[in-house]
Design a binder for this molecule. Sequence first.
Ligand code: CP
Length: 313
Amino acid sequence: MKHLLSIDDVSKDEALAILNLATEMREVNTREVRKLPALNGKVVANLFFEDSTRTRISFEIAAKRLSADVVNFTAKGSSVSKGESLKDTVLTLEAMGVDAFVVRHHHSGAPQKIAASNWSKATIINGGDGTHEHPTQALLDALTMRVRLKGASDSGDLAGVRVLIVGDILHSRVARSNALLLRKLGAIVAFAGPSTLLPRTATTLVDEVYFNLDEALENSFDVVMMLRVQSERMNSSFVPNSVEYTALFGLTDERFENLGGKALIMHPGPMNRGLEIASKVADSDSSAISEQVSNGVAVRMAVLYRLLAQESK
Ligand code: CP
């Protein structure tokens, strides 16, 4: 694999190989010296046209743990504000000798556009493009489920695991990448959300679709993944107001108590505490939200290793 643009391009075997390597990287990350020489001399550029905390910083830590040199480009404060195009930005960094670009962009398809162009010979990794995909988020979510549900030493898939993804599915690249990957790994995936925030393609993406969260939660899910309400990508007509959204689709204290501790609670972040998830739920023992972030470093180490250290093998 030269690029990581979409979960569609990742076979089940490749996904399992990344998860297995990420499990080894989790062990590396517990050592006193958390460093491998694998990417010595390589340059990884984080090319971020949209804000990020988790993805950008974990890619930076991951690349540094593999001994790569890392440069961070954010559109704010760059020559993009003077009108420089995506093409000229890539050409400029390419001329400085970049081996891999991690690209986050508000336009769906921007990483694919760079990979298909002749602007750069570098490896392109999708760090989240518009409402389309976020493949490394799906991989870190799958790793988190594997560790929490089946034990850290298990190198198998997620066959039969029931996962409910709740909320603003329409604008969520995380939901799309998760649905594609989890089903590839044998999980049964459901969406729940208001009809205005479910894509028309929902029934082709997942096994079950619910327009009522309470009805969905009666169906024994192993994982409940709450999504951020992406106010910046919607106008007010999608949901009446935040109070009604929480009442109908929030993981409130009451809904959480009814689950009886039987479901693993996940959220890709950043969270709107008190809107899609109650603060106490996010901080509970059932929550894997911090582990998702930690596993993000291990998964991104595994992805960088497979794409850059094994490129000539
Ligand atoms: N989950 C996620 O992509 O978070 P960031 O936007 O902080 O990178």
